[in-house]
Design a binder for this molecule. Structure first.
Ligand code: UDP
Ligand code: GLC
Length: 378
């Protein structure tokens, strides 16, 4: 099957990293069309997946954009849509990864008469999107998509609650290659470079954005013993520079400069996770899926995560990780202290997590699920 994948971003967010694994099995007859240039294009090329940047200018519309802004951007989209329609005729299927790709993909599907798949990586609710964007996404999906792949039950439920058709939506989790997350002793040497020897290291792996809640972890750290140290891995991918400033200010105000390290965007996630004693996920709005949680599990690291959205499908409190109420630094600090003190129980929980995550999220199985969905419907 020849697939034309579409993705709005040039930057490697979770939805884009997921797409690499999905596109790989089809790479000999596929194309990934991007609406922006950037590091994501390089990653696709490294994985031998054909890629082309299709847009010549940045698309201004954001998740919270109004109707007027949306209409303005539709004008901007015209040359891109024309290009996509032309290219789509060379493929059997259009696979839109996230919202802007859905908008462009819907037009292309209509004019090129090619079926459309929409991979939904978001919880379509007003917590994350403007009413206008919600309505556009639901209407286009309902009218134009033959299949919606939701990254979790939580994303599927939100889609249906927002008016999405239940007969076209299926849940497929993100897939991972467990081998990539098997690290060895030499990886722990990362610690030496980072100057973290003898510390209890809590890692946070996520783009810097207010709803990812890095500020909650910093507040929690202030309530933990001095040997607890935090590494923040990730960068502001979508222009959240004010939040980055706020985080640095918060660290300074709390006098935590020696206990918080900002490492920026990194490509050596498994090695850095190997250097951690605990991985914290702190999103303040429901996380649609949460790749970092599964990655930490595959690295054999205990995880504490914010109890909302797709996270509740990944973590069972006390069995394969810890859950805390979102936005509650006190509760988070308590779990960090428990992990620091109860090392044996925590290690057992992390081992359980590694075993079950390797089975549940194996990329080979996940890719089979997608292949089956595509072959049954198209
Ligand atoms: N990630 C990365 N480098 C970083 C920070 C994060 O490669 O510096 C990866 C992380 O390993 C995960 C993805 O980015 O695979 C983030 O996906 P997630 O689903 O956790 O959140 P998203 O940012 O997509 O909402
Ligand atoms: C999105 C979501 C994230 C999810 C990822 C992959 O970026 O925010 O929760 O893990 O897509 O599906």
């Amino acid at each position: 099957m020849r697939i034309f994948f579409l993705d709005q971003s040039g930057k490697p967010g979770g939805a884009e990293l997921c797409l690499i694994d999905i596109a790989k099995p089809y790479s000999h007859r596929a194309l990934v069309g991007l609406f922006a240039d950037g590091q994501f294009k390089d990653l696709l090329q490294q994985n031998h997946i054909p890629v082309e940047v299709l847009a010549t200018q940045t698309i201004q519309v954001r998740k919270e954009s109004s109707l007027a802004q949306g209409l303005k951007s539709l004008k901007q989209l015209a040359p891109l849509i024309t290009k996509v329609i032309k290219k789509a005729r060379e493929y059997d299927l259009i696979y839109a990864n996230t919202q802007k790709a859905l908008v462009v993909g819907a037009f292309a599907s209509f004019f090129s008469r090619r079926p459309l798949v929409y991979h939904l990586h978001d919880i379509l609710s007003t917590e994350h999107f403007s009413q206008t964007n919600l309505r556009i996404a639901i209407n286009l999906a309902n009218r134009c998509a033959s299949l919606v792949i939701a990254n979790s039950q939580a994303s599927k439920t939100a889609f249906i609650q927002a008016g999405g058709r239940s007969d076209i939506v299926e849940v497929v989790y993100n897939g991972f290659d467990p081998k990539i997350y098997q690290t060895d002793e030499s990886d722990i040497n990362q610690l030496q470079q980072l100057g973290l020897q003898g510390k209890f290291v809590v890692g946070h792996f996520s783009r810097l954005a207010p709803w990812k809640g890095q500020h909650i972890l910093i507040d929690a750290l202030a309530k933990c013993p001095p040997e607890v140290t935090v590494i923040l891995v990730g960068d502001a991918l979508f222009g959240e520079q004010d939040y980055v400033k706020q985080l640095h200010q918060q660290v300074a105000d709390l006098g935590l400069e020696n206990r918080v390290k900002f490492l920026g965007f990194r490509s050596d996630i498994p090695q850095l996770m190997a250097a951690c004693n605990l991985v914290a996920h702190t999103s303040t709005s429901p996380e649609p899926f949460g790749r970092v949680i599964v990655e930490a599990m595959l690295c054999g690291k205990p995880v504490v995560a914010a109890k909302a959205g797709g996270v509740m499908e990944l973590v069972e409190h006390g069995l394969n990780g810890f859950l805390v109420a979102p936005g509650e630094p006190q509760e988070l600090a308590q779990v960090i202290i428990t992990c620091l003190q109860e090392t044996e129980i925590t290690a057992t929980i992390a081992n359980n997590a590694r075993t079950t995550a390797s089975r549940r999220f194996d990329v080979a199985t996940i890719n089979q699920q997608i292949a089956q969905l595509l072959s049954h419907r198209f």
